[in-house]
Design a protein around this ligand. Structure first.
Ligand SMILES: [Fe+2]
Ligand SMILES: [Fe+2]
Length: 380
């Protein structure tokens, strides 16, 4: 039976002393006597109702504990939509992946697969810390925090997913998890993200200060538009390329679920940034944006050169980079800023379709049929 004081107690040895009577043992387990209730410090004064029009994304002064009426109903919609994508990594059958990894993947394909996982493991921890520790506390409307709380959970779930893949395939955890520390081409991306995160990871940041505000906005734009919007989005595609050839289909299905979350994260973050720009009457500095895109491009190019130093069937570093530029333009349009890479073409026309979950195809292959109960996602 579930013990409400210690929910995982059933998994351990019984802790009651068999020589004591039941009631004695229970008395010993009881908490120390409670303190007398403190006297109320002041008389209760009714307060004025919260006016939703007074809410602001940041720098707001309304009561953060009152969810509705909403000022940002779209944020609540994101939360509801996020809850349609339920799964755990244990739901997906990985048996064939073990066979594929051991007997079918070429050395080059293994190199791609392992390094994609190595990058993603570290990235999702960073994504979780960014939204949970740096961003969420700066929001002053609860409907935004509610979605971000869900996002924090999802990033943890993604980390579990990679760990599940690594464990299932029997990869060396000490080696895989340390790869970002020893491979400069992976480390480059992690460092850039870490630098942005560190710069906003302080509770005392005064967002009424224009310089601090600009730095926070650039960091959030980077995480939503590039880290989640391009690097994650594009990061899964080498595995989807294997999936198209019938390889590593369990891992790919896991990543399909993750990608659904990430599309929402990127889109939500961009929406929040735009709302802040509007409310605080600021704009993103085009020179700083240019710097951000160029730095992200350089990091991605080094990364692609490393993971795809030898192309694999149906996927090359040129494809990867052209798709990065194509997706970056899409994020810029969502942000309402100039496209950073005009003329970039969709190099992987199969990607959006491949990344979408297809119930019919998956039905007999895995335990999961389809958890997404809403309509199909728009990948824009
Ligand atoms: Fe994630
Ligand atoms: Fe995310």
């Amino acid at each position: 039976m579930l013990n409400w004081d210690d929910p995982i107690a059933a998994a351990r040895e019984p802790r009651l002393d068999p020589l004591q009577s039941g009631s004695e043992a229970i008395r010993e387990k009881q908490a120390p006597p409670t303190q007398p209730a403190a006297e109320p410090t002041s008389a209760f004064e009714p307060m004025k109702p919260v006016n939703p029009d007074d809410k602001r994304v940041i720098n707001g002064l309304t009561d953060i504990n009152q969810l509705a009426p909403f000022k940002y109903p779209w944020a609540w919609e994101y939360f509801l939509n996020a809850n349609k994508n339920h799964w755990t990594p244990l739901d997906i059958n990985m048996a064939q992946d073990v066979q594929d990894y051991q007997h079918k993947l070429t050395l080059e394909e293994r190199h791609v697969y392992e390094n994609v996982l190595a990058y993603l493991t570290t990235s999702d921890v960073l994504a979780m810390r960014n939204i949970g520790l740096a961003v969420m506390e700066k929001m002053s409307a609860p409907e935004l925090q509610i979605y971000q709380a869900r996002q924090v959970y999802e990033e943890a779930l993604h980390t579990w997913t990679y760990q599940h893949c690594i464990e299932t395939l029997g990869l060396d955890q000490g080696e895989i998890y340390n790869r970002y520390r020893v491979v400069p081409e992976i480390n480059g991306k992690i460092q850039v993200a870490n630098r942005r995160l560190e710069s906003v990871l302080r509770a005392d940041i005064d967002l009424t200060d224009r310089d601090e505000l600009e730095n926070f906005l650039m960091a959030y734009t980077f995480f939503a538009g590039i880290f989640e919007g391009c690097w994650f989005y594009n990061g899964f595609s080498p595995i989807f390329a294997l999936q198209r050839r019938g390889l590593m289909k369990g891992t790919a299905e896991q990543l399909q679920y993750i990608m659904r979350d990430e599309v929402l994260h990127a889109s939500f973050g961009i929406r929040v940034v735009k709302q802040i720009l509007l409310e605080e009457e600021v704009t993103l500095d085009p020179a700083k944006l240019r710097e951000m895109w160029d730095e992200a491009h350089a990091c991605e190019e080094a990364y692609a050169g490393y993971i795809l130093r030898d192309p694999i069937l149906g996927y090359s570093k040129e494809d990867h980079m052209e798709q990065f530029r194509f997706v970056a333009n899409r994020r810029a349009r969502q942000l309402g800023v100039e496209e950073p890479f005009p003329g970039a073409q969709c190099a992987l026309p199969w990607l959006d379709e491949q990344a979408n979950l297809r119930k019919e195809k998956n039905f007999f292959e895995t335990r999961v049929t389809e958890y997404q109960t809403g309509g199909a996602l728009s990948w824009d």
